[in-house]
Write a protein that binds this ligand. Sequence first.
Ligand SMILES: Cc1ncc(COP(=O)(O)O)c(C=O)c1O
Length: 428
Amino acid sequence: MLQRFLPLAVKIRKRHPGVFYFLARIAKRFFGQTLGVFPRILGNEVEAVTEILRSSQWNMAYGRGLVHERLEAEFSEFVGTKHAVAVGSGGMALQMSLRALGLKPGDEAIHQVDTCSATAMAVMNAGVTPIFADISEQTFMLDCADVQRRIGGQTKALIATHMWGNPEDVSKLRQIAHDNGLRFVEDTCLALGAIAAGKPAGCWGDVGVFSFGCLKPIQTGEGGMIVTNDEALAKELRSLRHWGDRTIEFGVRDVTQLAWNGRMSEILAGIAREQLRGYPGHLEELRARVADFRSAYADCPGFSMVLGATDSVPSSAFTQVVLRLEESAFGLSKRELMDFLGQSGVPHWHANFELINTLSFFRGDAWRDWILRGDIDRVAANNSGSFPAAERVYAQSGLGLSKSNFLSDGNRRHLDTVIQSLSRKSGS
Ligand SMILES: Cc1ncc(COP(=O)(O)O)c(C=O)c1O
């Protein structure tokens, strides 16, 4: 049924978007599990929200035993760190972390050039300068040699992104950070539940940051989390999320840092607790379907699965299933393949984001108004530099199959049918 329905849905969305979104709302409500839509209810979210709305405490505020505190305890246990600090978004988690770790204007943080632009924005909103590094074509994440080349006198932090749930090479990157006196930040926004070097992603850094926003492993509308083993840092972070006020954490009514409203609402904390409770089962089901897909197409020429530093299905959180294409073996270009998948109703995207330095803000001069100090010529050279591996991955070899393809047997069967017709088309 889906084979006929999904291509038709694509046509309706193009021609009559209003009708499409009306029907999609109904379909999600009544056939959500069959259609494998995401986000989805993973526990008792509705009841949890109702209970909080009936209480008098909607905001994260003074008191003990609040919902966000229970969430923080459960989350830190899940990731295996001593502390967790609930915040309003993943970007806020990043910028608060850099400030709490002591980075100041003029300091630099290195991250991969083709992660979500939110990372570079958060770095800059913390007053810090992003320095972009190229990626490895094996993992689609940081190229360690390129990172080392780009470390300069003002570099103070290294941000490793576990792209789309695949684990980064935390052992190597942590060592590089340690050897060069850099703070190590794990951007785990897309990777809750991933396993890096045998432990949960996020637990290796001075901090690990998470997002509960759109497309993320668990979702609460918006929201985020910072994890750390450093108690003093956790205290500083909790103060930073209240505009820097030190009354609750330090017993002094004072402000010592430039800060933000980084709070998470109790209502969202209630949703997050239920999402987290149901997440292991959800992830297990997802991984089983991806493992089956991987073995079914193991010998298919022209594409292979990219799983990050460990090459193991049970180590990834699969926020997208990332594929590497070899156009010559496959018989179709990436663009042709993406068009075909789009027309066939298979949700997909690029493996990595467009290179951040190609976005107008960084390509032109707009960034210059916001970098307050530091070696501006070095930053300009980085922004206008070339990142050949990331360029190739974006233009030719990196494809992401959306997680929803693996959230129901029907969606998975539809994917099979499309790949089979594709093989006939490409002759592979
Ligand atoms: C890798 C990565 N880091 C950070 C963020 C920022 O998270 P948020 O949108 O919750 O601020 C995102 C969001 O899309 C992301 O994909």
